[in-house]
Design a protein around this ligand. Structure first.
Ligand SMILES: [Zn+2]
Length: 217
């Protein structure tokens, strides 16, 4: 059984009884639509890494891995659908799967953005900890910099803080620091800032409000 590439209804002859397109015309329409959908998907995929740096969630790396899986699944599906349409294979199920994936990068981006944007900045919780190690990977657009610190969350040994280049250069292994964490308007805790413990200097403003050392989730 073959289905119309344009409207998805069952095809009895070369011309679709529902939308009136021949199989060749339906393929052209289908591929043009696929290209538009792919462009939309890629646009959202570019936004996500940017917003994830803006309001970096504590679990940023796990999210980036998950996002990478979605991204490459989308690319692979688009490629497979294009080939499948050309070969007139039955791609109805995969086509719905792809349509479902298209808004996912935008949803991810919107959730992370609202999670940070709508946060009131009045619930920052400060956790004292120690820098364990650092990790830097230089990228084409912007590099990845992480500071690994002892975790304050139960069941975890380390937190991977997505710091900027200033903080990355400022702190080293063994430094005693204070990590500011926002709970997130949508419940996704995100990394607010990192400060040096002890004598504050002009370059290390003390966290405001006063550290709530005993406040643990
Ligand atoms: Zn049709």
């Amino acid at each position: 059984m073959t289905r119309c590439l344009d409207c998805g209804s069952e095809r009895t002859g070369d011309q679709c009884a529902v939308c009136g397109l021949t199989s060749a015309a339906a393929e052209v329409v289908f591929r043009r639509r696929l290209l538009t959908q792919l462009a939309f998907f890629l646009a959202g995929s570019l936004l996500f890494p940017y917003v994830s740096q803006l309001y970096a969630p504590l679990d940023i790396d796990a999210m980036l891995v998950f996002f990478g899986v979605v991204f490459f699944s989308g690319l692979f599906l688009a490629f497979y659908l294009d080939r499948g349409a050309h070969a007139r294979r039955d791609i109805e199920v995969l086509r719905h799967l792809f349509t479902g994936l298209i808004p996912v990068p935008f949803i991810f981006t919107a959730v992370l953005f609202l999670n940070g944007r709508l946060d009131s900045r009045q619930h920052v919780v400060y956790h004292p900890t120690v820098v364990d190690s650092r990790y830097q990977m230089t990228g084409i657009v912007r590099g990845t910099r992480r500071i690994f610190v002892g975790s304050w969350r139960p069941g975890r040994r380390f937190e991977r803080l997505a710091v900027d280049s200033d903080d990355f250069d400022r702190f080293h292994e063994g430094d005693r620091i204070i990590v500011g964490v926002e709970p997130g308007a949508l419940g996704i805790p995100w990394f607010y800032g990192v400060y040096r413990q002890g004598t504050p200097s002009s370059s290390d403003p003390p966290p405001q409000p006063a550290p709530q050392y005993l406040n643990r989730n």
